[in-house]
Design a protein around this ligand. Structure first.
Ligand code: NCD
Length: 306
């Protein structure tokens, strides 16, 4: 089976077969990162451009590492040092990049839909590395891979997603991906951070952290996205962490083999206690390792030899 797509824009577009293909491909590519010489020639001669309008550590680094392990050339445009600060529009920036013939453009942008807008205009592939409050498909794919590795399957699992759901493209992409793969998703957060429409996406909704994590196979904690909030979302960080911070005592409610996840960056002591983040149930750094493999798979399937 092939991924017959030019772009990867969101989990909403992907079938269970396509998700399975990406995860299987990622699983088979993981071994390359264990070799003494971590490089294969598969994407030699391809050019991967990253265009990040928002900060990023893991996503940008792992796309670049993924591309390099497959021997593609990578070019990163640092937006803060680009003509965007002189007022160039996104469409003009992208058209100019395209004139240099890249094979794929990886974009993160504060506006929901920005990658879709570019994908319609550009000949090269477009990968969404996070668009506003909308989607972050490669994060969901690496999360799915991490859960599947730990549990051996995705169907029939209970996955709790807890915290600032409203501002989280990670939550949205995970709800879509997990439900497509047959998992049951229960989201929890304060009322101000639960957007309407979660049930329509396929999630169950609760206001109780305890209820969400009870018998969960996986618990995904989300960062409180303070940079996207005005006032009025929460009274104090301390109150938030009392009600929605994951602490060791909560883990006893979950299944014995529960895994604890977080997309990063962590607000230690706010949504997750350091004991849990660094404890034996945490797979937070496995998620990061899997991020490289998933991004290798996505690049290979989008721009590799058919
Ligand atoms: C997330 C993002 O940017 O959406 N980070 C990531 O890609 N790992 C989540 C976040 O910023 O909290």
């Amino acid at each position: 089976m092939e991924l017959r797509r030019k772009d990867l824009l969101g989990m909403a577009d992907l079938t269970a077969q396509e998700i399975g293909l990406i995860l299987d491909t990622a699983a088979s590519l993981k071994e390359i990162s264990q070799r003494p010489i971590k490089k294969v020639p598969t994407l030699r001669g391809r050019t991967v451009v990253t265009l990040f309008y928002e900060p990023s550590t893991r996503t940008r680094m792992s796309f670049e590492i993924a591309a390099k392990r497959l021997s593609a050339d990578t070019v990163n445009l640092t937006v803060a040092a680009s003509s965007a600060v002189k007022g160039e529009t996104l469409a003009d920036t992208a058209a100019n990049l395209q004139a240099m013939q890249p094979d794929v453009l990886i974009i993160r942008h504060q506006a929901s839909g920005a990658p879709h807008y570019l994908a319609r205009r550009l000949r090269c592939g477009v990968v969404n590395a996070g668009d506003g409050l909308h989607e972050h498909p490669t994060q969901a794919l690496l999360d799915l891979l991490t859960i599947r590795e730990a549990k051996g399957r995705l169907d029939g699992l209970k996955v709790a997603i807890v915290g600032d759901i409203l501002h989280s493209r990670v939550a949205r992409s995970n709800i879509l991906g997990l439900t497509t793969m047959g998992s049951r998703v229960v989201v929890a957060g304060p009322a101000t951070m639960l957007p309407p429409g979660l049930t329509a996406l396929g999630a169950e909704v609760t206001h109780s952290l305890e209820e969400a994590v009870r018998d969960a196979d996986a618990i995904m904690m989300l960062r409180l996205q303070l940079e996207r909030m005005g006032q009025n979302f929460l009274s104090t960080l301390r109150e938030y962490s009392t009600h929605f911070g994951l602490a060791p005592r909560h883990l006893g409610l979950a299944r014995e083999d529960v895994i604890v996840m977080h997309p990063g960056p962590l607000n230690r002591g706010v949504e997750i206690s350091p004991e849990v983040a660094d404890g034996p149930y945490s797979v937070i750094l496995e998620q990061v390792t899997n991020g490289v493999a998933v991004r290798m798979a996505v690049l290979l399937l989008l721009i590799g030899e058919r």
